[in-house]
Structures are given as structure tokens and as C-alpha cells.
Design a protein. Structure first.
Length: 281
């Protein structure tokens, strides 16, 4: 959708006319007219329900882009029907809940979201036999090595304590390397890797110089105290090809999906006559 999910730029042949009738037609698609009133209803609903922006901030370019998307949406729906691809009501509700976070949308906006679901289904059909070979993976990896760099990291054990007394006891035991699990009023988190730069400044100061075994003194929170300990560390470096492979495959799959959709849409576009009229924007 226009600014939601998958959006691929396409070239539409545009024939601008400065007179079409007093009905104020903004587009004619396959013999079907779209009036300025119909356009404004959909455009305003999109800006209000999806972008959450006041309509007076919309520019002429915003409206032109949206009109192109509206025609694109109509083509996709027609082609999906030819392919026997449909969206069930429950599918649509689930997609809205997962990607937009609200269920009550106006009919024009629901139709826009429906187009996104159709695009995903068409892509699944077009790319069901997509293959990514080892040569492609290696080429992408070595040409984009900078994307796989990682900074210095520390493996942090986090302990939350309800009281200052419990926090001080945790601190003492962690410093000694003793067991802490029998202390009342604490919660021990699962160890997690953090980039040193992303740690809160107060923890960076208390853990410096970031040696394995370093323990921070208790830090007061709104509802208790936190104590952290470095239990492992990694130098900055670059992910190996094997480590980076899942990321590379995901990237390549995305590129191939976009390219497949672009080629498909360029072909189906040849079968439609489209006239867009921008003089009312």
C-alpha cells in the first residue's frame, strides 16, 4: 500500500487532460471513472486513519502519488481475481490487527489494506519456486561486508531486586562468584548480548573497563534495583559467512520478490488503458 508494507514504484502512462466535463473526473481506468469526490473520500480516510495527519498538510504531490496508487490497487485486484486469489474477511481482520493494531477502519481504508494482502498472496504465487544458490549468497556477503560488522559486545546477567538490602546481598555474592538464587525478592534475567554503546551510561560507567566478571553496584529504579554482571565479551569484528547466511538469504529473497513483482506488474499494465487528470489537485 502507499506507504504501508510492500510498495514498488511503477511507471504508469499518464495522459493529462485539462477538460473532461464538469463532473470533475480525476481518473478513467478501464472505462471506470473515479470522481474527485470519490478520490477525496478515500484519500482523507487514509490520512486520518493510517498516517494520523491533518488533511490540510497534504500536498499536490501527495495526492498525485495516491491517485497512482489507487489505480495500481484496482489493477492488482482485477489481476488477483483472474488468478483465483482472494482475501477472506478473517484474513483481513488478522492482517489489520498484526500490522496496523486497530480493527475498526472505514471501508475505503480496509480496501487499501486488502490490496496489501493480495500483493503478498500474488508474491507467494510468483516466487513459490524461488531459489537462492551459494554463489549468490557469497557474492552478496563479500560485496556488503560492512553490513555484517558488529561492535564490541558484552554478555550481561541482569538481576532485579525489590529492596536495597537484597540488592546489596546480590552485589556481594556476584562479586565473590557465589550463588544468588536463594535470595528472596529478586528476579534473575536470562543473559543477553549487548553492544557496549547501547548500554545506559550509568551502567557503562559502573562496568568499565568491561572485564569478564565485572559487577555493577546496585542502580536504583522506580520499583527496585538492578545489578548486572559481565559473564562474557566479544571483540568487534565481522560475522562469518556462515553466521551471516540467514540475513543474506532474507535480503536476497526480498530483492527477488520485488523484482518478480515489478516484472509481473509491468506486463499486466500493458493490458489497461489509464487516463489520469491532475488539474483538480
Amino acid at each position: 500500500m502507499y506507504k504501508i508494507g510492500v510498495f514498488i514504484s511503477v511507471l504508469i502512462s499518464i495522459f493529462i487532460s485539462f477538460t473532461y466535463s464538469q463532473e470533475k473526473i480525476v481518473a478513467v481506468f478501464d472505462g471506470e471513472k473515479i470522481t474527485l469526490e470519490q478520490f477525496n473520500k478515500t484519500f482523507e480516510a487514509y490520512w486520518k486513519e493510517i498516517l494520523h495527519l491533518p488533511i490540510h498538510r497534504a500536498t499536490r504531490e501527495d495526492k498525485i502519488d495516491f491517485l497512482k496508487w489507487l489505480i495500481r490497487s484496482k489493477i492488482i485486484k482485477k489481476e488477483a481475481e483472474k488468478m483465483g486469489i482472494y482475501v477472506e474477511e478473517e484474513e483481513l481482520k488478522d492482517y489489520i490487527k498484526r500490522h496496523i493494531g486497530k480493527i475498526k477502519l472505514s471501508d475505503p481504508v480496509k480496501n487499501m489494506v486488502k490490496t496489501e494482502v493480495l500483493i503478498n498472496k500474488i508474491l507467494e504465487r510468483l516466487t513459490e519456486n524461488i531459489e537462492i544458490n551459494e554463489g549468490e549468497i557469497e557474492a552478496y556477503y563479500y560485496l556488503n561486508l560492512r553490513d555484517f560488522k558488529f561492535p564490541k559486545q558484552v554478555l550481561i546477567l541482569r538481576v532485579l531486586a525489590d529492596t536495597k538490602e537484597a540488592a546489596e546481598e546480590v552485589y556481594k555474592r556476584l562479586k565473590r562468584g557465589d550463588d544468588i538464587y536463594n535470595i528472596d525478592g529478586i528476579k534473575v534475567g536470562k543473559p543477553r548480548w549487548y553492544s557496549i554503546q547501547t548500554l545506559p551510561s550509568i551502567l557503562r560507567k559502573r562496568l568499565y573497563p568491561y572485564k569478564i566478571g565485572e559487577v555493577s553496584k546496585p542502580v536504583a529504579l522506580d520499583n527496585g534495583y538492578i545489578i548486572v554482571k559481565i559473564i562474557d565479551k566479544k571483540k568487534e569484528g565481522v560475522l562469518s559467512l556462515e553466521e551471516a547466511k540467514p540475513q543474506v538469504i532474507k535480503k536476497l529473497r526480498g530483492y527477488k520478490r520485488e523484482e518478480a513483482f515489478r516484472r509481473w506488474f509491468s506486463e499486466v499494465l500493458k493490458g489497461y488503458i489509464i487516463h489520469l487528470y491532475f488539474q483538480y489537485f
